[in-house]
Design a protein around this ligand. Sequence first.
Ligand code: SF4
Ligand code: SF4
Ligand code: SF4
Ligand code: FES
Length: 960
Amino acid sequence: MINFFDPASDKSSDLGTPARDSEVQVSLSIDGRSVTVPAGTSVMRAAAMLGTSIPKLCATDSLEAFGSCRMCMVEIEGMRGYPASCTTPVSEGMVVRTETPRLAGLRRNVMELYISDHPLDCLTCSANGNCELQTVAGQVGLREVRYGYDGANHLAEQKDVSNPYFDYEPSKCIVCSRCVRACEDIQGTFALTITGRGFESRVAAAGGDNFLASECVSCGACVQACPTATLTEKSLVQLGQPERAVITTCAYCGVGCSFRAEMKGDQLVRMVPDKNGGANHGHACVKGRFAWGYATHPDRITKPMIRKRLEDPWQEVSWDEAVNYAASEFRRIQLKYGRDSIGGITSSRCTNEEAYLVQKLVRTAFGNNNVDTCARVCHSPTGYGLKQTLGESAGTQSFDSVMQADVVLVIGANPTDAHPVFGSQLKRRLRQGARLIVIDPRRIDLVDSPHARAELHLQLRPGTNVAMLNALAHVIVTEGLLAQDFIDARCETEEFTRWRDFVSLADNAPEVLGPVCGVPADQIRAAARLYATGGNAAIYYGLGVTEHSQGSTAVMAIANLAMATGNIGREGVGVNPLRGQNNVQGSCDMGSFPHELPGYRHISNEGVRAEFERAWGVTLQPDPGLRIPNMFEAALDGSFKALYCQGEDIAQSDPNTQHVTAALLAMECVVVQDIFLNETAKFAHVFLPGSSFLEKDGTFTNAERRISRVRKVMEPLAGKADWEATIALANALGYPMHYRHPSEIMDEIARLTPTFHRVSYAEIDRHGSLQWPCNDAAPDGTPTMHIDQFVRGKGRFMLTGYVATEEKVNNRYPLLLTTGRILSQYNVGAQTRRTANVAWHDADRLEIHPTDAESRGIHDGDWVGIGSRAGQTVLRAKVSTRVAPGVVYTTFHFPESGANVITTDNSDWATNCPEYKVTAVEVVKVFQPSQWQKRYQDFSEEQQRLLQERRSAEKAEVRR
Ligand code: SF4
Ligand code: SF4
Ligand code: SF4
Ligand code: FES
């Protein structure tokens, strides 16, 4: 295992103030040694670059200097007094002394004052050994405190332990304000403030009596910034200081934050975001930083299990027995029903190597192309739409690119909840002056957040994205805002002309389409003008674009806008899909679709197939296999009988739950590989225990195509990592796989995938992370795509006629339901529901506008029945003006909510991505659960009983 740990490395590598990026270099002398640094660098940082550590308390290199503690005084020739080195920029020829008897005396005096108001319980303090106050006291040689310890001070202050993950112990606070600045500058929440003056100064969380009740979103930036034990992780208090750290990657969202997993033995003590992380630069959110307890939750299933029928109790068996049973069932079913009667689903939560192995197993051992992945239900339209227009199925930029954007258009995405670290970065850019357009049916936080507001919020009706995008294009074309030089040089002329003529039609004018979208035409015109003329303009979009019957059309319309305005191919611009799950980009890259081999190469391409056939030693089927919805249809028709489902919970995440569960019931063998008995596993015949991201090696690829290492910090609880289980299954099916380490799988991927040719674990380790394409043409990876030309050569404008969804409101279903995520929960919630994150969100609720609530006699907190053409469920109401009249909204993190019982089978015309975002519903006040919820409750209880029986049988055997 690579051990990156230096117990104090985070702090010892702290250069005190942020780096400056200037072409002007400045030379100076510090303690008689010369150093040359970029203009604007602080004296403190310049000294640190020479290896000279000037004592500091209020400065840290993740925050702009504040200059409050006076610990970092230095002497500078020609300057009066003792300037603070953290706030003093270098100048040419400057002569600095950092250690003189006078400075030593002054620093000791300052430290004496701090210590006179600080508890001296160092030996029993959780920060003992890793406390900056302690370190600096030693550094300045403090030996006595002349002021005593019992003056006016903070020592009697009460602890605030309300936050589930960290404590606030004000008696230890030195009022350095690092936490306040971290909350403002890094997180952008502005939840903290310093109240009072002098000895009365306190850190206070705004908006509540304590941290939990306040506006704090529990990102932990303040905890990380705090130099003392005032703000401390509870896990650290409980377990003590860590002994080693391993750099790995968050397993939650598509931002792909890099973390130091700090360990004590095989126990995880805390996750600290890595300052060198290319996607997160040392920041994180409540999920990645704190919500990792699920990995060792008692609900984890760590033994393989089998059963013949869903009514039977589970039988714990050995890995060999489980795998051989699954293999024999797959073969029996293929013999009886044909080669194509089985298939597999790869996981967007597992590693690239694991996704690659599952699709390989399906194509080799199963002998068909019946493989699909969760991107089917989220970003498959991105793959299709961007490939058609730009030539590559991925976002065009790095997250950092947003710092060069002048205008940001966010459509159908909610970054502060679903991609929080990017959300913070975006807010930072907005505070610097970038202008924001939000197109969303809901008033997301970005519309009006502290010090960052949307200039325009186009609150469109769900299902009208394409109409909106066409109206924006109409304005750009008809008002002469096209980037004609760019179009002439970079795009196909004929396609452009067709598109220009189409969007110019009067039918696409905002005055016509505005009423369709429910947005005033002048707002649409203003947004189009701002996007086209405001400088670098970047589009960020999410599932609010893709999960529609015209999801692919909307993605193409977005690419059209970027090409039409020349906003592609450089920093600060681009088309950026915000991917949901941590490795959804990677699972798509790895060939998880039924029509594509790794690297998005079509299965019908003979040359490509021949390459894989040579490498894999099999004949591949030339026709695309079944997509997930087709698998369900085929199961209900009786032609699809067995499924290998790794790390996905289709029974909860896919639309029209009753349809999905009927399909699962119709299968003869469902093999689920997961860490918990998830909703799908309740319909399974074989359960293969999965491994969490902490238990395996591999790579994840985030939304900016960044391939980052996942490193094992503890042994797999079930004895096998997921990739090892897939290998065992392939071998049992008679297709030999002999990888000894995931790096060998990556080597094979690199050999077979042109965009990955130069990717290897050694190269990733050397660079920290790599953004594909990474090959001989781009050995260091590709942060920005399509710079000189598009991947497909010339950019292709596609026609994007608006076709209203078939899902229409009427008298019976007068409201439109749309769905989304919340910060504290993740996807189906299997992980986050098993953490203290439930403190913020313990149930899904239905947001309904006060007008709609009032006309139905609904009050906040009432139980309401939501009925659609697909089904009914019951949730509690949350009366809110975040949604417009006529629109209701819910999250889908709890299985008992049954949000997907209501969503329909409608899907994107090109990719079958479900139309989660538009369901016509009626909402009424009710007093009991829906019929579905009652059936769900009974079935779940029965399945839990069957799981428990397995456990008691085991105990009984042990007793005998
Ligand atoms: S945890 Fe994050 S949001 Fe909460 S106070 Fe600290 S920095 Fe602010
Ligand atoms: S809580 Fe920590 S970071 Fe905040 S002012 Fe107090 S000592 Fe400084
Ligand atoms: S932003 Fe996403 S990747 Fe980063 S810590 Fe949060 S959940 Fe993990
Ligand atoms: S570190 Fe410079 S004033 Fe505090």
